[in-house]
Design a protein around this ligand. Sequence first.
Ligand SMILES: Cc1cc2nc3c(=O)[nH]c(=O)nc-3n(C[C@H](O)[C@H](O)[C@H](O)COP(=O)(O)O)c2cc1C
Length: 388
Amino acid sequence: MGITGGIAAYKIPGLVRLIKKAGCEIEIILTEAAKNFVAPMTLETLSGRKIWTENNFDFNIPHVNLTQWANVFVIAPCTANTLAKIAHGISDNLLTSAVIASTCPLLIFPAMNENMYANKATQENIKILSERGIKVINPAEGELACGVSGKGRMNEPEEILLEIFRALYPVHDLVNKKVLITAGPTHEYLDPVRFISNPSTGKMGAAMARAAWYRGAEVKIISGPVNFNFNSYGFEVIKIKSALEMLEAVKKNLSWADFIVKAAAVGDYRAKNFSPQKIKREGKNDLVIELSQNPDISAEVGKLKRENQILIGFAAETQNISENAREKLARKNLDYILANDVSEKNSGFAVDTNTVKLIPKDINKTEKIFSGLKDDIACEIWDNVISL
Ligand SMILES: Cc1cc2nc3c(=O)[nH]c(=O)nc-3n(C[C@H](O)[C@H](O)[C@H](O)COP(=O)(O)O)c2cc1C
């Protein structure tokens, strides 16, 4: 890791802790300016290693040896100055010399005042680096140390850690592919304070999204109300509540996608007459609510999708799992269906594990059963779908 002289360097000790906790080893190079923002002794204590600086290296030729040792080289925060130097091959300090000697993937996290970031020189330098295959991660928008709000904030340590995992992921076979995923339950409101829903937590959809993102895909997730935060990942998250809102969001994003994964548990019914006022309990021992059927989003996508778009659906079933799943696969024009016995223990809703059967449209392709953690299953699903 290289740390340069930006104010965001104060967050890096937190990142070093996360990296160590994840089981990685880390060597750190500090520029002279960075020493003003983060104490070498803090970093030494947290990394368990000596910190490399201009006047603190032995005869190890660190700029060469360190970069041969590393699996990934991260510069965070990266100043406008260091960004410019790297773009132009300048190697006038230990960090920039290490960059030019390195052969592993390089991840750059720029952080600076919004005008510095928007400056044509900075933008042209980013373009040069990106065209060279170097990953320059967009800074966030928000409050900046200089007191204004704008684009230039360094990504949070959790986000940087995930980008590191992404760079280290062993396969990147979804680079330049766009994956649209639906996840979670829907809430079908009866009145302003009550809704019909189901126990979906969005975990399977999130696992599919993470696995695709690690493989290099651009990911958009259309999510019903769930309790976890997708935001540390570089996904675009579109939040919806009802099945009708989900359908609208899916239609809007459909042409963008190469793969569509329908992992949401969409409500089949909604209130026929939504009550704009809270339904009162007084005077009603029994309450009858009429429901109308919601549109079938997978089937709509099946009708609208282009020839080369791959549609993957999940079928939550409690009986005749394979037969019901095959029937859905054909009726909805899916390319793959994952049949999911939600009545089994440790499978389906609200747990971290699952058992699913992957059934391809093409009957000559073999069906496969995956069982285990949803994250592991998601990797296996992508392995199979991509290889098929
Ligand atoms: C208080 C202060 C804060 C700074 N913050 C930033 C910053 O966030 N981003 C940036 O690009 N430069 C920032 N700079 C300017 C850099 O420190 C300066 O360009 C320096 O030469 C960078 O050297 P380096 O790239 O070798 O670390 C700041 C300077 C000062 C005095």
